[in-house]
Write a protein of this length. Structure first.
Length: 62
C-alpha cells in the first residue's frame, strides 16, 4: 500500500521499505515535470517519512 499527498508541485508517495517492511520510504514526483527522487534512508514511521518528504519538497521549491 502506498500513501500519497501533494506539496509545492510535488506528489509525495510513502511505501514500505523492500528490505524491511516495518520501515518506510518516501518518493517525490513532480506534478508538472518528470522529476523523481527517493528517500536515501528509511524511517520508523509513516509520519517521519512524510515530515522528511515535506521538508525535502520545501527545499526543492526554493
Amino acid at each position: 500500500m502506498m500513501a500519497n499527498g501533494v506539496r509545492n508541485g510535488f506528489r509525495i508517495g510513502i511505501r514500505p521499505d523492500p528490505q524491511n517492511s516495518k520501515r518506510y520510504l518516501w518518493i517525490l514526483s513532480g506534478t508538472q515535470t518528470l522529476f523523481r527522487e527517493e528517500s536515501p534512508s528509511s524511517y520508523d514511521s509513516v509520519e517521519q517519512a512524510i515530515a522528511d518528504a515535506e521538508a525535502r519538497a520545501d527545499e526543492l521549491d526554493q
